[in-house]
Design a binder for this molecule. Structure first.
Ligand code: ZN
Length: 338
């Protein structure tokens, strides 16, 4: 179904959202070895199938797009095309996230990568002025926190330099559960010191303890976070603190961090009073868009139409967009309650 209210996506990774045709073309231009010899097989390779067994296996699917996005022109093109894709789907606002440190294999600096993304976003918005975009810089969990703390802190400092100039916040993404999430606190200590808004991946493949760690960092937004449901006391504190969960239903099913749409606790959490939002995580990799996610919400997850409006209002409130832009968008959404 096509949903015509202004839609928001707060949790969307750039490297999981590269158009297959563009990936094909750019890989060829760069002499990158392709895993298929025709575009149809290549598309099948790019899109995650149901055989993906864990978050960590899912993360391996990012290798191809990352291999391609090691120069400014590939990064910029991917960002531009994603903005155009989102605008075409009727999104009013999206936060696109990426990890600058994953684009430095061929000599780019993190700063170069950030500038390339901002350049692409600006070009996309120029073509599609109906959409607004914020960029979140991801720090990465790739092993013990000491493995890349320097790179992570550099990401935070750069995010500060570009805050309000394309960048709207930071995140921590990557493998969960190698070391306790709380070990990554220096990232969030610095973000707080510098006044950078942040969200944090937690409670996806791992249990509610990781959500508690993210909340202890001071995070009012949690990437995924659905396993908070396993700890009712923590749910109560999260509701009291106004924490917002960035739920990405299809991603959770594909990574098998939830057994099915029907058993996903999002609606139960919503009914408890938690601020739930619906997002896509990886649009191309997961072969998903917000309209398809909303269909799942209505047909399999127990949500009603009005809940979709409420969840988009939640997205506006939790977003890192300038405060003065929030109220007009909330008013536009409220008209759809009737
Ligand atoms: Zn994510």
């Amino acid at each position: 179904m096509k949903y015509d209210f202004p839609k928001l996506d707060l949790h969307l990774h750039l490297d999981g959202s590269m158009l297959p045709e563009s990936a094909w073309e750019m890989a060829k231009e760069r002499n990158i070895k392709l895993p298929a010899d025709n575009i149809d097989d290549f598309k099948k390779f790019i899109v995650v199938t149901a055989d993906c067994r864990s978050v960590n296996e899912y993360l391996e699917r990012f290798e191809m797009p990352l291999q391609i996005m090691q120069d400014s022109s590939a990064i910029s093109r991917t960002a531009k095309e994603l903005v155009e894709l989102l605008a075409g789907q009727g999104l009013a606002y999206a936060e696109i996230r990426f990890a600058p440190q994953l684009h430095t294999r061929n000599g780019l600096t993190q700063k170069d990568a950030i500038e390339a993304v901002i350049d692409g976003i600006n070009k996309g918005i120029e073509n599609c002025p109906s959409i607004k975009i914020g960029v979140i810089c991801c720090t990465m969990s790739v092993g013990p926190e000491t493995a890349n703390m320097e790179e992570n802190l550099e990401t935070v400092r750069l995010a500060k330099d570009y805050l309000g100039k394309g960048i709207c916040g930071i995140d921590l993404a990557g493998a969960e559960g190698i070391v306790p999430l709380k070990n990554f606190h220096p990232i969030f200590d610095l973000a707080k010191e510098l006044g950078i808004p942040f969200t944090c991946h937690a409670g996806d493949s791992q249990g509610p303890d990781t959500v508690r760690d993210a909340m202890d960092f001071g995070s009012k937004r949690i990437g995924h976070g659905h396993h908070i449901f396993d700890d009712k006391e923590l749910c109560k504190s999260a509701i009291k603190e106004g924490v917002t969960l960035e739920i990405c239903p299809t991603s959770n099913i594909q990574c098998q961090s939830q057994p099915s749409y029907e058993e996903h606790p999002a609606k139960k959490l919503f009914d408890m009073g938690m601020n739930i939002t619906i997002n896509t995580d990886n649009m191309i990799l997961s072969d998903i868009n917000l309209d398809k996610e909303y269909d799942r919400c209505l047909n399999q997850m127990g949500f009603e139409y009005k809940d979709l409006i409420k969840m988009n209002i939640n997205s506006v409130k939790a977003s890192f967009m300038p405060e003065e832009e929030k109220q007009p968008l909330i008013e536009r959404l409220e008209k759809y309650y009737k």
